[in-house]
Ligand binder design. Structure first.
Ligand code: ADP
Ligand code: ASP
Ligand code: MG
Length: 441
């Protein structure tokens, strides 16, 4: 079985839903189809939630009716028959009456917000399944809320997902098409929760790992992973092959085409991931697997919203145990560190989650001197084949960036990553300079 995930733009128009029906039924291979919400819906739902949080109920109700009108016209083009249309209308009436009911719950909390935002995927999957049925394709809709679960640290519970899916699939093992919601899950309290923005990719990979799929395909609006951010840099090009490690670094460090955690389950079970373009299905896309190529520089990605902390030991040289004490604090506050740079008496680290930064600073200050944190930083991650005996790699990267102030550098952690920290105001310039300096484009 293969897992095929279609993102927001891939389901965002009625004709796109028609095309993905054609794609998934073009051959007899069994497919587990994961869908996102229609493009724009998750943002619209979050915006309704903002109005409700602010006590602006009228405004929220207007936004709800505006969104509903979009679905009304979508349905009219999606379905070909009056039975299909009636079924579609019933689906959206049900879901929108639930959405309206959330406006009456006071106070409107995070729990309700998560129920609200889950509606996007609940709508798209039911509408698509009804379309498949209308076209004579018998598809089974498996509710993600019955098998996708995260633990108290917001980490997916892979064993549970695997066990649940096995149980749920047992009676339907021969079904050609299975459909489920991306992004949404339950938390340990049994409430509706989600895998964070862009989380449908992660759902696909978790399912792919859990069922040991033959392949995971992520269908989106671009022809694969590009060598640089196409939203910021002109002349980017698709990369045909990446290793799991390379793709994981790029996703983690900001290549928006993949949710940061997507590669983890796929790599764990050795399931290849293929990135494909719904708008151009014949394009080869990107294959992410074990195989590596010799190309030195493969791609660049950037992650914003980074904070740098500069920590100095109060003792002089040879302060062993210093690093352990520092990192224990980050661990206790469940705050991951992305980059580090050390000297004999100082350590600089970057974090992207600053919810506990005050507490972390308070504890560090009991045995360290601290500088003011620097906000609005960007990590630029250069990925490629940097085996230790290849000369000139760091020189080429730094030379490309020679006009830009670089705050930190990390090289040598693996043989395929060089990361740099700079102020976000230099990001676009840095990405463009690297494109010229490393890829000759
Ligand atoms: P979906 O809704 O299908 O999940 P996303 O918008 O999340 O799609 O991801 C696809 C987008 O990712 C592309 O349209 C592109 O603008 C952006 N993107 C950012 N970096 C890269 C990259 N390195 N390669 C390809 N796409 C990228
Ligand atoms: N609909 C969710 C979002 O917009 C999940 C996804 O599209 O992957 O973030
Ligand atoms: Mg996405």
């Amino acid at each position: 079985m293969q897992v095929w995930k279609f993102g927001g733009t891939s389901v965002g128009k009625p004709e796109r839903m028609h095309s993905i029906r054609e794609l998934i039924t073009a051959d007899a291979g069994q497919k587990f189809v994961v869908l996102s919400a229609l493009s724009g819906t998750t943002n619209a739902l979050l915006s309704i939630g903002e109005s409700l949080k602010a006590g602006q109920d009228e405004e929220a109700l207007e936004k709800i009716e505006h969104l509903k009108a979009h679905y009304d016209s979508f349905l009219r083009e999606l379905y070909k028959t009056s039975e299909g249309l009636a079924k579609g209308q019933q689906i959206i009436e049900n879901e929108f009456s639930f959405i309206r009911s959330l406006t009456r719950i006071k106070p409107f909390t995070l729990k309700q917000e998560k129920e609200l935002v889950a509606e996007g995927e609940l709508l798209s999957t039911q509408m698509f399944q009804a379309h498949l049925e209308e076209m004579g394709v018998h598809a089974l809709l498996l509710p993600a809320l019955e098998f996708m679960r995260i633990d108290a640290d917001n980490e997916p519970e892979l064993d549970y997902i695997e066990r649940k899916l096995r149980e749920m699939l047992r009676p339907h093992g021969d079904k050609h098409i299975l459909v489920t919601q991306g992004f949404i899950c339950r938390n340990p309290r049994g409430e509706v929760d989600n895998l964070k923005r862009g989380g449908s990719d992660y759902t696909a990979s978790l399912i792919g790992g859990a069922i040991r799929a033959e392949e995971i395909q992520i269908w989106t609006d671009i022809d694969g992973m590009h060598n640089n951010d196409p939203r910021i840099v002109r002349n980017t090009y698709p990369i045909r092959e990446l290793t799991f490690e390379e793709a994981a670094e790029l996703a983690y460090f900001g290549a928006k085409i993949l949710h940061p955690s997507t590669i983890t389950p796929a790599r764990k079970f050795g399931v290849p991931v293929r990135l494909k373009n719904t708008m151009d299905p014949a394009a080869p896309g990107t294959l992410i697997a074990d195989k590596t190529t010799d190309q030195v520089f493969k791609a660049v990605a950037a992650k914003d919203g980074i904070t740098a902390l500069y920590i100095h030991s109060l003792r002089m040289l040879n302060a062993y145990g210093f690093l352990r004490r520092i990192f224990e604090i980050f661990e206790r506050f469940k705050t991951p560190v992305d980059m580090i740079a050390t000297s004999e008496v100082s350590v600089s680290v970057t974090i992207d989650d600053i919810t506990k930064v005050k507490e972390i600073q308070a504890e560090l200050s009991t045995f360290c001197d601290l500088e003011e944190p620097e906000y609005d930083q960007t990590i630029i991650c250069v990925v490629g084949n940097f085996s230790a005996d290849k000369p000139g790699i760091a020189a080429q990267v730094l030379n490309a960036l020679k006009g830009i102030p670089v705050r930190m550098i990390s090289y040598g952690g693996t043989e395929h990553n060089l990361s740099l920290l700079l102020h976000s105001r230099y990001k676009a310039e840095a990405l463009n300079a690297l494109n010229e300096g490393l890829f000759n484009v």
